[in-house]
Write a protein that binds this ligand. Structure first.
Ligand code: ADP
Length: 404
């Protein structure tokens, strides 16, 4: 964590009229066509080394009070973008502004931004309160103590002030690091994979607590993660990055319901893509109410049904006779062979090999079979055994339509 001094108040920005960015009054963070490169320049023997372009022209806004997640696979440029916003990495092209003021040439410690990393990097020789107070040493003592107490409460560590950091668990250390980075009221908090070093169960709980702490302190934040569950838990909007570019920026629910491309859907965990007929069958997300044409008539790419991680259901045993298609499956019912089952998160997940329409070989997918007492029938009222033939049906609520 690095805490920086607040920079002087900035003047108002002109109205932003760019397509793809929400109309705004210029308050908060504005990233415009930012490029970040590493290396490059003259190589040996007079050759020019192009270097690595880690961020290839990203434009986005973060409004005051908003929490934005940068989500994407490892190496896609998330950290490089965050570091460029922080001022830790030079911007090769484009601009970063806060409240309309260009930050080019403003050093890290003058931006008024807070930083928090995967390893909280606490000071081992200070106790918990001493760590939290690090960035507010200039405050009068009573005020500083009150702020430390308030923040330890916000991060769920009330009463921990006198503890030595060596006695803390990994999760507690990250809570202290969060309290420390929030203490000086940074105008923007930049978090780089702050939960990635923790184990899964702890990460899920801390993601919820992190969201609450950011809300409770009305902190504007950019949060880097490769984990979509984490991004969805913490952020108001999620920006999906791939190979240095932004693919889509949307609130979690919108992103999930309507990924704009197959690549985004794949990254969110959609497990299969099946060509759809033209016109789309009614009842699918994205299908027109009157199914006579594509919603976007300028798009001549055939739509694909993106089957989500919970978008398939085991319907009934394959007994040779045609069973009535499940209501709401939009008619998509496929034969499948069971590979195995596990009970996870309150449902039986059945791994099946499915011969999808238009595919060369079987696809290995996960279909849900409800546990006992649920309305969804499973063979023999129990979990289907490996090798068993079943039918799986599409659940439109767990699917999306993508067009590129
Ligand atoms: P992410 O945070 O999404 O994992 P990074 O921003 O760390 O991605 O990296 C983006 C690309 O830039 C990768 O190809 C990475 O190897 C490269 N890169 C990152 N940091 C450096 C560096 N200091 N020098 C050279 N290349 C780097």
């Amino acid at each position: 964590m690095v805490q920086t001094d607040p920079a002087p108040a900035a003047h108002a920005a002109p109205q932003d009229a760019r397509p793809g960015t929400a109309p705004r009054d210029g308050a908060g963070l504005a990233v415009r066509d930012v490029v970040v490169r590493y290396g490059g320049g003259g190589g040996r023997g007079g050759r020019t080394d192009p270097g690595t372009t880690a961020v290839a022209g990203v434009t986005l806004d973060v409004a005051p009070g908003e929490v934005l997640a940068l989500l994407g696979p490892s190496g896609c440029g998330k950290s490089s973008l965050l570091r460029a916003v922080a001022g830790l990495e030079p911007v090769a092209a484009g601009s970063v502004t806060w409240d309309g003021r260009d930050l080019a040439g403003v050093p890290v410690h003058r931006r008024g931004f807070g930083l928090m990393f995967q390893e909280g990097q606490l000071f081992p020789h200070r106790d918990v309160a001493g760590n939290v107070a690090y960035g507010i040493a200039g405050l009068p003592r009573a005020e500083r103590d009150a702020r430390v107490t308030e923040l330890l409460d916000v991060v769920g560590l009330a009463g921990y002030g006198r503890r030595a950091v060596a006695t803390l668990s990994g999760g507690e250390r990250q809570r202290v690091a969060l309290a420390r980075s929030l203490a000086p009221r940074p105008r923007l908090l930049l978090l780089d994979e702050p939960l990635s070093a923790l184990d899964r169960g702890l990460r899920e709980r801390l993601a919820l607590d992190l969201r609450e702490a950011l809300r409770a302190t009305a902190t504007t934040a950019v949060f880097v993660t490769h984990d979509h569950d984490e991004a969805f838990t913490v952020a108001d909007r999620v920006a999906v990055m791939d190979a240095g570019r932004l693919l889509q920026v949307a609130p979690p629910e919108d992103l999930w319901r309507a990924p704009t491309s197959r690549r985004v859907a794949e990254f969110l965990g959609y497990q299969a893509f099946v060509p759809l007929p033209d016109p789309l069958p009614a009842g699918l997300p994205g299908a027109p109410a009157a199914p006579d044409r594509y919603p976007d008539p300028t798009d001549d790419v055939p739509p694909l049904l993106a089957v989500g991680p919970r978008g398939l259901r085991v319907l009934a045993p394959h007994d040779g006779g045609p069973a009535a298609p499940d209501a709401g499956t939009a008619g998509a019912v496929w034969d499948a062979t069971v590979v195995g089952s596990v009970f996870r998160r309150g449902a039986v997940e059945v791994t099946v090999d499915v011969a999808l329409p238009g595919a060369d070989g079987p696809a290995r997918l996960v279909a849900l079979a409800a546990p006992a007492g649920s309305a969804v029938p499973v063979p023999g009222g129990t979990v289907p055994a490996p090798g068993e033939r079943v039918r799986v049906g599409v659940d439109p609520a767990g699917c999306a339509v993508v067009r590129r």
